[in-house]
Every structure is written in structure tokens, then in C-alpha cells.
Design a protein around this ligand. Structure first.
Ligand SMILES: Nc1nc2c(ncn2[C@@H]2O[C@H](COP(=O)(O)OP(=O)(O)O)[C@@H](O)[C@H]2O)c(=O)[nH]1
Ligand SMILES: [Mg+2]
Length: 311
């Protein structure tokens, strides 16, 4: 398996040495905007889907075996449910762990959008109480109207973590509940990569291959991501080593996340500069095209050309 080992080594060093600008050039950046900018990768998903475990798996796959030492945990208080940020040592990647969702109701949607647009910062309590309900009211269905923080504080790519054996997922129940979120993510130019966890359990099933394919298809429907942006992994149990096949998958996931994140930053800078374009378009037959797609690219998030009428 020398081929796989070489590939793992090369992916690994590419990510460990990663600096922003590896994949894109930022011609439309404002002065100083890219200084200190990290690619912000946020993990969302239902509670228990394996988000926190995936962060550990990522660190382990990159060879930071003593993750306590390697992880610069910038924020985080024991027992408090907050947004946690982990900066990979020596490069320009930040991972954000969120607490899970249960129902994807309006409060949770609000929380999700506040995180995405950098309004909720690491260290803030992610309270879903009264105050949060009010903020969420503004943020939920009206998320597109929120005053967003600078690009460096916003999230650039989403890893949507799904547990393979989650019965609600199998029954197709998530498609509807995250439909609105999915549309908003597309509009905000945030690519969603789907990560199906608990593949160890699928692997033990008699019809594992067929099951895996079905799960991948289902994940594209739920998250709106294309099939090549769906990753299937098993998080190792604490203290165990990660299977090389899963390690390679996790590293590929990270590489894809960095490409998509850079692309998202570039497109948002480009979009910001396009009021002229929008005016021009509004006079044309394309007046319902909210944000013109700037450039063709394989990692470009699919833009929904329908104009949503929001309540
Ligand atoms: N067998 C198996 N267990 C997992 C996997 N991912 C997570 N777990 C376990 O599932 C539980 C919930 O995981 P956690 O990362 O805390 O989920 P979170 O709520 O999304 O952060 C923990 O006990 C993990 O050890 C996986 O891929 N396979
Ligand atoms: Mg967690």
C-alpha cells in the first residue's frame, strides 16, 4: 500500500504547511483584509453525530497525536456550551466546533446564522434563552439582512456532519428541516461538505456497499452538496489509531475544505464589488438572478437562481 501511504504523507504535509492563498489569488480584497485571515471551517450537525470526535480525528490524521498539546484551543470553558475554536498549529486553518442541533427550529437556525456570519464569536455563550430567542427572531428567516462581521470573522465552509445510523436521516426527515438553511447557505456562498460518520457501523452490515451509496445520495439531498463533496468516515474510539483509508478520506476532506473556503472568500469579495453588475442585471431579463456567479469553478457552491420571497 505504498501508494496510499505516499498520498497520505503528501496530503498531510500540504495541510500542515498550509497558508491562505495556496489555491486562489485575492484581487478584490480590501487593503489588509487578508492579513491574519484564516480559513474558517465550521462543523454543524445534529447532537451526537460525531462533530467533536471529528475534530479529534482531523488532528490525529494530521499527526498531532497529543491533541491537547497541538490544539490551540482559543476559547472554551468547561461545562459551558459555547462555540469553540481550534487553530491548527503553524498554519492558517481554524476549526469551529458547535453544539449540536436537535430540531433545527427557528432558535437553532438563528444560532447557526449568527455563527456563520461571525456575529456569534468564540467565547460568547450560545444561550438559547429569551435573549437568544429575540436575536434569533431577527436572524432566523431574516438572516440575509443581518449586518455581517468582516470576512475574516465569518465562516467560509461548512462541514455538515451526519451520523450514518441516525434513524431520522435514514427516513429522510432532515431534508425538510434544513431546507431553508440550505438555501441561505447557497445564497451566502458557503459550500457545504457532507461528512457521514459511523462508517464502522455501516461496515459491519451485510449490505454495506449498497447502504453506503444510499447514504451518500441521501446526504446530497439533505445538504445540497454534490456527490463528490460527500465524505464517509469512522471516527476512531479514544486511544485507537485511525484506519489509513479513513485517514486519507479525512485529509482529502480537509484539502477540499481549504479549496472551497478560499473560493468562498474570493467569491464574496468579488460579489461585494458587484453593485454595478447587479444594477445592470436588474434591467435585464436576468433580474431575478440575485448574485451573479462570478466565475465557473468546480468547487463553486451551486447557486439557486430562484428568488425567494421571504416573509
Ligand atoms: N462507533 C463510532 N462512534 C462514534 C463515531 N463518531 C463519534 N462517535 C461517538 O459518538 C458519541 C458522540 O460523538 P460526539 O463527537 O460527542 O458528537 P457531537 O455531539 O456531534 O459532538 C461519542 O461517544 C463518540 O465517541 C464514529 O464514527 N463511530
Ligand atoms: Mg460535540
Amino acid at each position: 500500500m505504498a501508494g496510499q501511504e505516499d498520498e497520505i504523507l503528501s496530503l498531510c504535509s500540504g495541510i500542515r504547511e498550509y497558508k491562505i492563498g495556496k489555491f486562489e489569488e485575492y484581487h478584490d480584497a480590501m487593503e489588509g483584509e487578508m492579513e491574519g485571515c484564516l480559513v474558517n471551517i465550521v462543523l454543524f450537525g445534529m447532537t451526537g453525530s460525531g462533530k467533536s470526535a471529528l475534530i479529534n480525528t482531523i488532528f490525529q490524521s494530521l499527526g498531532y497525536n497529543d491533541s491537547k498539546q497541538a490544539v490551540t484551543q482559543c476559547t472554551g470553558r468547561e461545562g459551558t456550551k459555547i462555540l469553540e475554536r481550534f487553530v491548527l498549529p503553524g498554519n492558517q486553518i481554524a476549526l469551529y466546533d458547535t453544539r449540536g442541533f436537535f430540531a433545527m427550529d427557528i432558535k437553532e437556525e438563528g444560532e447557526l446564522f449568527r455563527i456563520l456570519f461571525g456575529i456569534q464569536r468564540p467565547g460568547d455563550d450560545l444561550t438559547r434563552g429569551e435573549e437568544s430567542a429575540q436575536k434569533a427572531k431577527a436572524a432566523g428567516q431574516g438572516a440575509h439582512r443581518l449586518k455581517r462581521r468582516p470576512l475574516a470573522d465569518q465562516m467560509h465552509v461548512v462541514l455538515w456532519v451526519i451520523k450514518a445510523t441516525d434513524i431520522r436521516f435514514e427516513k429522510g426527515q432532515y431534508s425538510e428541516i434544513i431546507e431553508y438553511v440550505k438555501e441561505q447557505l447557497q445564497e451566502a456562498i458557503i459550500t457545504v461538505l457532507a461528512v457521514i460518520t459511523f462508517d464502522d457501523e455501516v461496515h459491519r452490515m451485510p449490505n454495506a456497499d449498497e447502504k453506503r451509496e444510499n447514504l451518500k445520495q441521501a446526504a446530497t439531498k439533505v445538504t445540497g452538496s454534490v456527490l463528490k463533496n460527500v465524505f464517509t468516515i469512522a471516527n476512531p474510539l479514544r486511544g485507537e489509531d485511525i484506519d489509513p483509508a479513513y485517514k486519507k478520506c479525512v485529509l482529502k476532506l480537509m484539502e477540499k475544505a481549504l479549496k472551497c473556503g478560499e473560493r468562498s472568500i474570493k467569491m464574496r469579495q468579488n460579489k461585494r464589488e458587484s453593485p454595478k453588475k447587479e444594477n445592470r442585471l436588474s434591467d435585464s431579463a436576468a433580474s431575478n438572478l440575485k448574485y451573479p456567479t462570478p466565475v465557473e469553478h468546480e468547487d463553486e457552491p451551486p447557486i439557486d437562481h430562484k428568488c425567494k420571497s421571504l416573509p
